[in-house]
Design a protein around this ligand. Structure first.
Ligand code: AHG
Ligand code: MN
Ligand code: MN
Length: 322
């Protein structure tokens, strides 16, 4: 079995980029161990604080954020950090080459029930910009040099791309090393499985209403096939399922809060997942086009997401203008 280091070598990944990714991986191993201790680590439940988006932070959101922040700040190639749990960018090393943007724990409402969560990361060039300035970070998903997630489930897995396809690694608990378990993962072009939070149905726009109504009609409807549904309530787990066996994941715009254009965050959920999905042959869209083509205006901006098996995402998109 090949280690993640051997794969970096094979792919000729620049040493500096490797060290930025390794910093994320080091923190992710600590997060794995904390999660495995569960209630025994005394870290479950809500912290007092709220994050910039007014959501209650879980203790582990804060702890994971601090672990990632400390490891990345100590990494000389990292210029700055942006995180779901930080209102403002954090300066690491002014002359560093990279910006690392992350969701320290995605799906954190799953922690209390011992269900899969994950860390999502995106690496952008710093281009010599000021890492204290939000503007330095506002680059489209196309500019990402690497993206990935570490999934904390029955096993800890790393799914990563540096623009040469998507490789899947599994953390060996005895050696604490990530080993390659699937090379060049590919998302099936068609699917019969969808993921959407159906409880929001009445709040969706008409196109999404019509598409999901047709999915539910199965083989008797215009799409002509019977669909299955899954909802883990953690994007990281939904994307992992899609990379493994195909599917479509949607978090559309809805009118629950008209100020929010969707729930998911562009820079640390939408963009890194889009790079992975497109590197694995899938499609990742927002109603106006590819998510990765969006020029961000804010680090914490939100985006409607439709991603997964290419043919199904194309069908979903065809309803948007109806
Ligand atoms: P986070 O825990 O980082 O705030 O993100 C949770 C996100 C995403 O992962 C998931 O797909 C979605 O929120 C779940 O939303 P619902 O609560 O609507 O199911
Ligand atoms: Mn998240
Ligand atoms: Mn989170």
């Amino acid at each position: 079995m090949q280690t993640v280091e051997q794969i970096f070598e094979q792919n000729k990944t620049p040493a500096s980029l490797v060290s930025a990714i390794q910093a994320v991986l080091t923190a992710s191993k600590d997060i794995t161990h904390l999660l495995q201790k569960g209630a025994m680590a005394g870290v479950l439940g809500s912290a007092e604080a709220e994050n910039v988006q007014g959501e209650t932070q879980k203790k582990l959101d804060v702890i994971s954020n601090d672990l990632l922040k400390d490891t990345l700040k100590a990494c000389p190639v990292v210029a700055g950090i942006a995180s779901e749990e930080e209102d403002l960018p954090v300066v690491a090393n002014n002359d560093g080459e990279y910006l690392v943007i992350f969701d320290p724990l995605d799906g954190s409402s799953n922690i209390d029930i011992n269900v899969t969560v994950g860390t999502i990361f995106s690496i952008l060039p710093s281009n010599g910009g000021d890492p204290a300035e939000e503007a330095t970070y506002l680059q489209s998903g196309r500019k990402q040099l690497a993206a990935g997630y570490v999934l904390y489930g029955p096993s800890t897995m790393l799914v990563m791309t540096t623009g040469q396809g998507v490789d899947v690694f599994t953390l060996d608990p005895s050696s604490n090393e990530f080993y390659l378990t699937e090379q060049q993962a590919q998302i099936t072009a068609s699917t019969q499985e969808f993921a959407i939070n159906m409880s929001n149905q009445r709040f969706w726009a008409e196109g999404v209403q019509n598409y999901v109504a047709d999915l539910l009609q199965g083989e008797e409807g215009p799409l002509g096939k019977r669909y299955n549904m899954r909802w883990v309530a953690a994007m990281v787990a939904e994307v992992h399922r899609i990379i493994t066996r195909g599917g479509i994941f949607m978090y559309p715009w809805d009118n629950r809060d008209v100020k929010k254009p969707g729930k998911l965050r562009l820079m640390y959920e939408g963009n890194p997942m889009s790079m992975l999905v497109e590197q694995a042959g899938g499609l990742s869209m927002t109603p106006d086009g590819h998510i990765m083509d969006i020029e961000p205006e804010l680090i914490h901006q939100r985006v409607p997401v439709f991603l997964g098996s290419k043919e199904e995402v194309e069908v979903a998109m065809s309803y948007q203008n109806k």
